[in-house]
Design a protein around this ligand. Sequence first.
Ligand code: PEP
Length: 249
Amino acid sequence: MRTPIIAGNWKMFKTAGEAVSFVNEVKGKAEIAGVESVICAPFTALPALAEAVKGTSLKIGAQNMHWEESGAYTGEISGPMLQDLGVHYVIIGHSERRAYFAETDETVNKKVHAAFKYGITPIICVGEKLEEREAGQTKEVCRVQTEAALQGLTAEQAAQAVIAYEPIWAIGTGKSSTAEDANEVISYIRERVAAVFGQETADKIRIQYGGSVKPSNIREFMQQPDIDGALVGGASLEAASYIQLVEGA
Ligand code: PEP
């Protein structure tokens, strides 16, 4: 019922030219009926990527955006600027942005609202730190982050959003959560969405797992009933590996 979504998060990697070469390699191969395939690239690569994906089913995403439409915010990029490029998705609240760029639950929520205002689907990242996991706080951390991020949305908007459950200790470390543990947390996040927005919204919202997903483990995650795809960093950078991830979904 929910279309699986594989999103590559390229972080601060690839020039515009490298991004276009990547699309030329994955075109036709990372396009599989019934799976949504999204490339979240640095801002500088987005105009070239927007051209390169024309005529394909590949979608493009940004990795951040500001919540204001314009203004004196040096170095920032707004929703209308992304909309103008034809960007479909935007990652909001990635743990690297929360850790290094002072993003808070409040700014995440503002950005989520701004994304919807400009017709861009947010991929909202939530997840616990290692010490929070060890203290048994995983579900509570995810509940607070999810509810804060979705606050003030309509049920229809919440149903369209994508949540990426990314345990921070699993990002870029090679240590992934077990598929069962990830499913348990994701199913809890879905329950919380149901509590706030109703069961119909919870049944529609897509919730990905992220954290050291690679071609060798994608299928384990995808076999879980509540996991609707993956947000993938390192393993999304190589065309061959990205194609296998989409195939695995
Ligand atoms: C990410 O950047 O969101 C991520 C999950 O990274 P990696 O796949 O490299 O752990």
